[in-house]
Design a protein around this ligand. Structure first.
Ligand SMILES: *[C@@H]1O[C@H](CO)[C@@H](O)[C@H](O)[C@H]1NC(C)=O
Ligand SMILES: *[C@@H]1O[C@H](CO)[C@@H](O)[C@H](O)[C@H]1NC(C)=O
Ligand SMILES: *[C@@H]1O[C@H](CO)[C@@H](O)[C@H](O)[C@H]1NC(C)=O
Ligand SMILES: *[C@@H]1O[C@H](CO)[C@@H](O)[C@H](O)[C@H]1NC(C)=O
Length: 470
């Protein structure tokens, strides 16, 4: 405190003397004399300031010193960087440590051969720390719990960290830049539920080249602040979120993950986007169209990927309908891996066609599917068989299914469907048991009460479908 007021006073005086320099009306000799006196005074105050600054820097606060000694011992910096026991972290002898007014404000020890682990900084230590760079060392173990209210830059890239505490982001409300690329972390739980990131101000986030997995939707938590987002070469899955709120996003690297689904229209509409990488995923549907100054890897994504065509333009109508069906199921990987390109009759899992390459059957039974039945079933006008039994489907059976002119079999048994079954034509055989919340309407569809004639028709039908539905 004394230190601070001393140097603040010195600064103030210095400023007053300097701004009083050279009033233009004074005659020359007097001006020279005045200048000389002032110069001496300025020099004096400058020296005073230096001394004050030096004295301040020489004594680290006890919490900071205690933590720094822990860190020194835990990472081996006591031996390699001169962070010696019994010395003060702010005495100038600690390589890479920056102090201001007795507080550690910066630690920059990139590629210094550090190993071991980083202790948690959670008890008021380092509360003035603004930047921490431990990049390219061999530090391992869990990422530390860092309650660092001033921390703005955090570089932990190129280390051997293996997990991330659930609350990792909650103690760093001012964090803007976080780089964790190149660490073998395999646990993204804290990012899957990102309440801590949501209030945050992260502008640059690099989590590429690791073993992260899990839904990509966590990035919505950084929507309002993020500018550079690099998540390449992980195993992120699920669909892309809506990008409407990503107003500052300029650079987005999502290549080489397992992202499925159709690119949302809100992504190419972002006004600040300048570079985007999407190749090496399981994205489907039409190629997104970015502005001509946006650098993209779409040529590679189209050639090696699963978009419906290499050029721009809509997908085949049956493909479009099937993508809506997959979308209502959350674009599961098993479908995304198989429903590639623009020909639904090219051996897509669960899709069956007649000799004129029209989709006549969909059998996605017992695949553990979640989600619901899309109304787009109603666009596949040649459909004769829909078999979606034994999944976890919720919601209602869409009305459009009842209007399919050729439908013969609707098997939705053993799901969690609800609502009322739409009235089906009497030529449709339906299996709907095992859906406790599903109510049958008064029509002829009540499940096992099918007439003998109809059952034999059904057996014949199923036998003929079985050839291609299995
Ligand atoms: C904080 O202090 C408490 C009590 O002194 C101690 O039990 C705890 O381990 C400390 N936490 C960290 C992260 O240092
Ligand atoms: C993260 O660090 C790596 C080097 O380890 C660097 O190549 C990359 O550009 C950094 N990411 C960001 C967003 O600055
Ligand atoms: C359906 O949800 C369950 C539970 O969340 C999950 O384990 C399963 O993998 C999901 N199924 C598919 C096909 O994604
Ligand atoms: C659907 O496929 C499964 C195997 O995946 C098969 O057991 C079942 O008989 C098929 N359903 C129909 C109606 O052909």
């Amino acid at each position: 405190m004394l230190c601070f007021s001393l140097s603040a006073d010195a600064l103030l005086l210095l400023h007053r003397h300097c701004s009083a320099l050279a009033p233009p009306s004074l005659p020359r000799p007097r001006l020279d004399l005045l200048m000389q006196i002032l110069r001496m005074k300025v020099l004096f105050f400058f020296l005073l300031l230096l001394a004050a600054g030096h004295r301040c820097a020489a004594v680290a606060s006890s919490e900071d010193a205690a933590y720094m000694h822990l860190l020194a011992a835990a990472t081996g910096a006591d031996g390699t960087l001169g962070w010696k026991a019994g010395t003060d972290p702010c005495d100038g002898g600690w390589a890479g440590v920056r102090c201001e007014l007795g507080r550690v404000t910066g630690i920059s020890v990139r590629a210094k051969g550090l190993a071991g682990s980083v202790p948690d900084a959670a008890n008021g230590s380092l509360s003035a720390l603004e930047d921490l760079d431990l990049g390219n060392n061999k530090v391992s173990g869990r990422l530390p719990i860092l309650l660092l209210p001033q921390l703005t830059y955090l570089w932990l890239d190129g280390n051997l960290f293996t997990s991330m505490p659930e609350t990792f982001f909650s103690g760093m409300p001012l964090l803007q830049v976080f780089n964790l690329t190149d660490n073998p972390i395999a646990d993204l739980r804290s990012l899957r539920t990102p309440p801590d990131m949501r209030g945050g101000v992260i502008t640059k986030l690099d989590l590429s080249k690791k073993l992260f997995s899990g839904p990509i939707s966590f990035i919505s938590g950084v929507a309002s602040s993020i500018q550079h987002l690099k998540l390449s070469h992980n195993e992120f899955s699920g669909e892309l979120p809506d990008f409407t709120d990503f107003a500052w996003l300029g650079l987005l690297s999502l290549d080489h993950n397992k992202i499925t689904g159709v690119v949302p229209a809100s992504l190419p509409q972002l006004s600040r986007i300048t570079a985007i990488n999407l190749a090496g995923n399981l994205l489907q549907g039409p190629l997104p169209e970015f502005g001509k100054y946006v650098v993209t890897d779409l040529a590679e994504a189209a050639a090696g990927g699963s978009f419906c065509r290499l050029d721009r333009g809509p997908c085949d109508p049956e493909v479009t309908a099937l993508l809506s069906i997959a979308g209502a199921l959350g674009f599961p990987l098993i479908i995304a891996r198989s429903w590639l390109r623009n020909d639904a009759c090219a051996g897509w899992i669960g899709v069956h066609c007649d000799s004129q390459r029209r989709v006549t059957g969909i059998n996605l039974s017992r695949l553990g599917l979640n989600g619901s039945l899309s109304s787009a079933f109603g666009s596949l006008l040649w459909l004769q068989v829909i078999s979606m039994s034994g999944n976890n489907l919720r919601g209602e059976i869409p009305e459009s299914v009842a209007r399919l002119p050729s439908l013969r079999v609707l098997d939705v048994a053993d799901n969690e469907l609800e609502g009322t079954v739409p009235t089906l034509s009497s030529s449709v055989a339906m299996w709907a048991e095992g859906n406790p919340e599903l109510k049958l309407s008064g029509s002829s569809v009540s499940t096992p009460s099918i007439s003998g004639v109809f059952v034999s028709t059904m057996v014949a039908l199923l036998a003929s479908f079985a050839v291609f539905l299995v």
